[in-house]
Design a protein around this ligand. Structure first.
Ligand SMILES: Nc1ncnc2c1ncn2[C@@H]1O[C@H](COP(=O)(O)OP(=O)(O)O)[C@@H](O)[C@H]1O
Ligand SMILES: [Mg+2]
Length: 222
């Protein structure tokens, strides 16, 4: 079972969006929602389906929930955390995470805000990458320059930047409203391809080393 932690102490970075979309793409998945305001739980309520399994937890119930996932042969667990998650909570969950994704908008201030989470992951010696999310979809020099600057800034925090990035896509927002994943709602869209690509990267990282997810190491930045 692979456990993917979504963490970023910045509101609107894309933790919940990526958690639920990756879970839909992964199929045999559970979403664990640590956010007391329950955004992923709300998405699941709108969805009205029994998969991915969605469970709201706190520190006391987390390990029992992992046991439940393991005994039900769930392959993927995506752990969504609140923006104001304490360092203690994140350190606790990091002990069990195969990989941590730190989503960040590519703006300078966004990357700086993600830096404290990146330092924490690095400090715990855990596997983690920053994932740029919400990149302006237009191509060209402006976007390239923005990403280059953001990568330089991200590297200061000592974690690699994932080479799979997610643009700002209306399809992602629309699918959340209907309780779907974008891979279901618009399977041929650019947004769906980006989520698919991020999931494929996770598969390589977490299962690609003789099937032992604890042996993964995060990739070096591009
Ligand atoms: N790549 C994206 N394209 C379009 N909208 C996005 C994207 N990522 C996030 N959003 C939207 O931004 C808002 C905040 O995202 P969310 O996943 O809730 O962030 P977080 O969980 O980190 O606070 C949501 O309304 C979500 O639909
Ligand atoms: Mg959220």
């Amino acid at each position: 079972m692979v456990i993917v932690l979504l963490a970023a102490q910045r509101s609107g970075a894309g933790k919940t969006t990526l958690a639920v979309n990756l879970a839909v793409g992964a199929g045999n998945a559970m979403v664990i929602d640590f956010d007391p305001s329950g955004p992923a739980v709300e998405w699941s309520r709108r969805r009205g389906k029994s998969w991915p399994v969605l469970v709201g937890v706190n520190e006391d119930s987390f390990l029992d929930t992992l046991d439940f996932a393991q005994s039900n042969r769930i392959d993927w667990v995506f752990v969504d955390t609140p923006t104001h998650a304490s360092a203690d909570l994140l350190s606790f969950v990091l002990q069990y995470a195969t990989m941590t994704l730190i989503p960040s908008r590519p703006g300078l201030l966004d990357v700086c805000a993600a830096g404290s989470t990146a330092r924490l992951v690095r400090g715990e010696g855990a596997n983690g990458v920053m994932v740029f999310n919400g990149i302006p979809p237009q191509t060209g020099r402006m976007t390239e320059g923005l990403i280059r600057e953001a990568m330089i800034e991200a590297n200061r925090y000592g974690l690699p930047v994932c080479d799979r990035m997610v643009a700002q896509r209306a399809d992602l927002q629309k699918s959340l409203i209907t309780g779907e994943g974008v891979m279901e709602a618009s399977p041929d869209s650019k947004a769906a391809n980006e989520i698919r690509s991020l999931l494929a990267w996770l598969e390589d990282e977490c299962f690609g080393y003789g099937g032992n997810p604890t042996s993964v190491s995060a990739r070096v930045p591009l």
